[in-house]
Design a protein around this ligand. Structure first.
Ligand code: COA
Length: 165
């Protein structure tokens, strides 16, 4: 079976991520969306919330699964019986970091290949950082994320600052 692992922090999962997941689901037998704990990035949403939201967003696509992980990515690939990593490229500015990640992963596991997909143009400007910033300031993120993600962000920031601002 041709399994691809799509890792990320997904804080939160956006329509840009979903765009890539749909494309990968058409290309591979199975897609594993791997939500990294990424404690060093001090994510806004908990790992449990990020996994739960990813599961809701991908609901209905048969060959996609979601898992949380806090080990090395290459270890997760072994656990999943996978040899392919998927990452997204939104713009040239993403490339340098992605090349570094791919080379680091190859150094650790030479049998693992990284593949890159680009989202549709209308999703290419979406970044999780910008989504969080707009939501934190009470803006409308409905064009950028699934409605359940928008609700979760609203609830999160309403708790953080009772005024929602
Ligand atoms: N501090 C806080 N947040 C940060 C950050 C930082 N230094 N750098 C990035 N972020 C946030 C941003 O919100 C960014 O989203 P955006 O670009 O949509 O705005 C989001 O994290 C994504 O960052 P990025 O670094 O591009 O990728 P990622 O976090 O989605 O994925 C992993 C990186 C999970 C694939 C990689 O860290 C990994 O494989 N981790 C597992 C452990 C491992 O094997 N490490 C060695 C890899 S060689």
């Amino acid at each position: 079976m041709n399994i691809v692992v799509y890792p990320g922090t997904f804080d939160p999962i956006t329509k840009g991520h979903f765009d890539l997941i749909e494309r990968a689901a058409r290309m591979f037998d199975k897609v594993v969306v791997a939500v990294a704990a990424s404690p060093g990035k001090r994510p806004t949403l908990s790992i449990e919330d990020r996994v739960a939201l990813a599961k809701e967003v991908i609901d209905g696509i048969d060959n996609v699964e979601v898992t949380g992980f806090s080990c090395l990515l290459t270890e997760l690939l072994d656990q999943q019986g996978a040899r392919i990593i998927l990452r997204g490229l939104r713009a040239v500015s993403d490339f340098e970091y992605e090349l570094q990640l791919a080379n680091m992963n190859r150094a650790q596991a030479p049998h693992v290949e990284s593949v890159f997909l680009t989202p549709a143009v209308e999703n290419s400007y979406i970044s999780a950082t910008i989504v969080r910033e707009i939501a934190r300031l009470g803006g409308d993120v409905s064009r950028l994320v699934h409605p359940r993600v928008a609700d979760a962000l609203r609830a999160h920031y309403a708790k953080e600052t009772p005024s929602g601002q």
